[in-house]
Each structure stands twice: as structure tokens, then as C-alpha cells.
Design a protein around this ligand. Sequence first.
Ligand code: GDP
Ligand code: MG
Length: 177
Amino acid sequence: MNSFMEECLILLKPDCIEKSCIGEIISRIERTGLTIAKMRMVHVSPDLISEHYPDDPSWLKTVGLKKIQKFQAKGRVLKEDSLSIGKKVRASLIHYFSGKQVIVIVVKGTNAIACMRKIAGNTEPFTAEPGTIRGDYSTDSYEVADSLDRPIQNAIHVSDSPESSQREMEIWFSKHS
Ligand code: GDP
Ligand code: MG
């Protein structure tokens, strides 16, 4: 055990299950040398996914800001503020996941969170690097997802910090198991 040892919560999202690429993505995770510590398939309720994607202004603003910056880089200015973007995305995530299945995985190892985010790639598959999970398993973009009024389909969720990983593990493995 070293002080860089982490646990990271992963969701293989409904679009990953629908495309039958669960096995390939699990193989990619295992190739990193990280260990799969827990895994289960869960039928997602609105309550569960509402807890996972929290109604927390700071998280909502981060989601919105990421989009604003991404559009700025393309030379486009969004008029909407980060909080209202985040609220729209959260509502769309709750609608999309509810009633569907996900695979929930806890991955353990040295620098697990940063390594998993690196192999997952950018939120938007269209601009994610080839070789990353999101770059290889989807071509979706902000524009397409927004025009179809659904979340960006990017195959995988990865916790973004040790704190969020801990919070998410409690949601998916303790309270509801
Ligand atoms: P992640 O950590 O890379 O998964 O991204 P976030 O935590 O910022 O957002 C959560 C999820 O919401 C993303 O994985 C996407 O599926 C979706 N999403 C984020 N921003 C947008 C957006 O502007 N439009 C749409 N349609 N979906 C979004
Ligand atoms: Mg996130």
C-alpha cells in the first residue's frame, strides 16, 4: 500500500452496453495494471442517478464552464451562464439514465483516478484523442447531443477526485446494495 493508492468509481454507461463493448473496455482497464476491485450491473432509478450527478451549484458550474471553454476554443461564444448549462445537462442525464442498466466498477491502484481519466479521454468523443476510450468508441459531439436533447454519449463515467470517488462508491455500493 502506498500513499498514491486510490479507488476510482467507473460507470459503463447505457450507450456502452447497447454497443456491446463492455468486454473491450474492461480489457483496456485491466491492461493499465489497475485492479478491478468491485463490479455489478445496476438498473438505474431516477433517485440513484440524481444522487450520482448532484444538484450542487459548484459541480453544475464546472460542467457548464467546461462547455463554455470548449466552445471558446472553437471561436464560438455561448450566451448561457455556466449554472444554467449545468442544470440542463443534469436534467438530461437523469432522464437518459433512468430505467436503463449500467455496469458499476471500482478500480484500484496507484494513481487510479488520473490514469482512468487519461484512458477515458475528453468528455466530447469527437475531439477526444484517438486511442482513448471516448475517442475510439464514439463520435458524438456537444452539437449533436444538444440538438438531440440528450447527454453526450461517451461510453464511460470516471470519478474526478478521491472525494467524488468516495461519494460515488457510497451511492452505488453501500446505500443501495
Ligand atoms: P465527464 O467528467 O467527462 O464525464 O464530464 P462532466 O462531469 O462534465 O459531465 C457529465 C456528463 O454529462 C458527460 O460525460 C456527458 O455525457 C454529459 N455532458 C456534459 N456536458 C454536456 C453538454 O454540454 N451537453 C450535453 N448534451 N451533454 C453534456
Ligand atoms: Mg464528471
